[in-house]
Design a protein. Structure first.
Length: 510
């Protein structure tokens, strides 16, 4: 049932009390530590399966629960809702639920809840996360604490599909109330935080479940986290310096000095695992011609953009992934260099001797200097023989259209790429996401083969072959990974993750 935004806010405010938010926000009864974060991604749905962005995966993971996460310090996956797993045979995995885990209403988390959650990831009419379950043929509970997952084919990188992505919701609450009421009024989870409030497109609030055992290990984590939607970099930096927020995502390089000059603030930086690229949809002219796509790759002067606009705060990509990501191969071929003459020649060979009209769509305020970068690309494209026009739709509109395959040419990033298998399948395998709609039998064969290869060295070799073909075919031109800057209040310690997941347990408030 549709409700007005005002009614949603009223319902969520009442729900906050039920879920344990302090009734006295002045701090008279109990002083809370609160961290407000200026973020750029969407917060538009109460349905935990209704979007597929890094921010909401991390929010729902720490509120509702997820199977596990990738620990960058240990360099391996660690369990959250599940405590261990085993590969019984190449197609059969067993996941053992952490005994003693409870939802916020006190009921135990069981294997039946995980089976329900995987099914909802696949079947929910609003699900944007079906790619996360694409390798799984079926899942079933062997008992209350063991889930058997059978894959369609041997899938060595299965944890990359399931961890940080499969959100665990209560089967009992879903069965009793149905999805709409369950999501909006009973968002009981197994995570260390509780849901407090959502104002779609504006603000999302979560607060500690003080009974959760995780807080014995992380006592200085904030009691409440407020995610505030702030698209414009100037808005985030100004809010940080005015102490309206304590963490500002994605401070652009040209605003770094403003933060560093403040005695009450600091900058932290890290290399993102997000790969930035230009996508070109082969089902739409002129992108159906590989030569046109390759012309774009030769037209873009990546080094100049990184040196000037990004002020060196990025690392160049010469293929789908970069140094430190699983399967990276520095010798990957082909490598595209800046060569506008070569681009013009390719356009002539493709049948466009007088140039071709194209429209590049870009987000504004979603990524570091996304509009400025895309504006710089337009004259580069024009100098190479294109007649390029820049479109800047609202992020929510652009993202919705990209997800259903309605944007032929766009600038975007794909985050959380540690093992590239899922990302490559999602964007470049036949039948994957419609975001690009690329299809190539050789790529399909290689991606299927790498998933079935459990020997790491052999699998990396096959991945390299697949990435070489993708780079040659150029349905996407890979650009760089940002070295991202976050602005922090001096009394907050936080080391951002390369996956861009934002977890409260990684924060300390002093």
């Amino acid at each position: 049932m549709k409700r007005s935004r005002l009614k949603n806010v009223v319902v969520m405010a009442a729900l906050a009390t039920v879920l344990g938010a302090p009734s006295n926000r002045s701090g008279a009864a109990q002083t809370e530590t609160r961290v407000s974060i200026g973020v750029t991604e969407t917060m538009d749905t109460f349905n935990p399966y209704g979007d597929s962005v890094a921010l909401m995966y991390s929010v729902w993971c720490q509120v509702l629960g997820c199977l596990g996460t990738y620990d960058f310090d240990q360099g391996q996956y660690v369990g959250l809702v599940v405590e261990k797993w085993e590969v019984k045979d190449p197609n059969t995995w067993l996941f053992h639920v952490r005994k003693g885990s409870k939802f916020h209403d006190g009921t135990p988390v069981t294997a039946h809840d995980i089976v329900h959650s995987m099914g909802r990831t696949r079947n929910d009419p609003q699900s944007k996360q079906r790619q996360n379950i694409s390798a799984v043929a079926r899942e079933r509970a062997l008992n209350d604490y063991t889930v058997q997952v059978t894959t369609k084919l041997p899938t060595a990188p299965l944890l990359d599909y399931l961890f940080d992505r499969i959100i665990v919701t209560s089967k009992a609450i879903y069965d009793k109330y149905g999805p709409d009421v369950a999501d909006r009024q009973y968002p009981f989870g197994a995570g260390p935080y509780k849901f407090r409030e959502l104002m779609p497109g504006h603000r999302l609030v979560i607060g500690k479940d003080r009974s959760h055992p995780m807080w014995k290990q992380y006592p200085q984590a904030p009691d409440e986290i407020v995610f505030r939607n702030m698209r414009e970099p100037e808005q985030r930096v100004t809010a940080l310096l005015n102490n309206e927020i304590q963490i500002a995502q994605f401070v652009p390089p040209h605003l770094r000095q403003r933060v560093e000059q403040s005695p009450r603030h600091k900058i932290v930086k890290f290399h993102s695992a997000e790969i930035m690229f230009l996508a070109m949809m082969p089902k739409v002219k002129p992108w159906d011609n590989k030569l046109v796509r390759q012309a774009v790759a030769y037209a873009i002067d990546r080094d100049t953009i990184m040196k000037t606009i990004l002020r060196g705060e990025a690392s160049r990509l010469d293929g789908p992934i970069g140094e430190g990501q699983y399967g990276f191969d520095a010798s990957l071929q082909p490598k595209y260099t800046y060569n506008p003459e070569k681009a013009r020649e390719l356009l002539k060979q493709a049948g466009y001797p007088n140039g071709v009209d194209v429209e590049l769509q870009t987000p504004v305020g979603r990524y570091t200097l996304d509009k400025q970068i895309s504006e710089a690309m337009i004259p580069m494209l024009n100098a190479a023989g294109f007649r390029a026009k820049l479109l800047t739709p609202e992020w929510a509109t652009l993202w919705a259209n990209v997800q259903v395959g309605k944007v032929p040419f766009y600038y975007l990033g794909r985050g959380g790429v540690v093992d590239p298998s899922l990302a490559l399948s999602q964007y470049f395998e036949t039948g994957g996401s419609p975001r690009i709609g690329f299809s190539n039998p050789k790529v399909d064969e290689l991606l299927s083969q790498e998933r079935q290869t459990f020997d790491a060295a052999k699998r990396k070799k096959i991945l390299a072959q697949a990435m070489s073909v993708i780079t040659e075919e150029a349905p996407a031109h890979f650009l760089w990974r940002h070295q991202l800057l976050f602005g922090l209040a001096k009394n907050v310690d936080y080391r951002p993750l390369p996956s861009e997941r934002i977890f409260g347990w990684n924060m300390k408030v002093r």
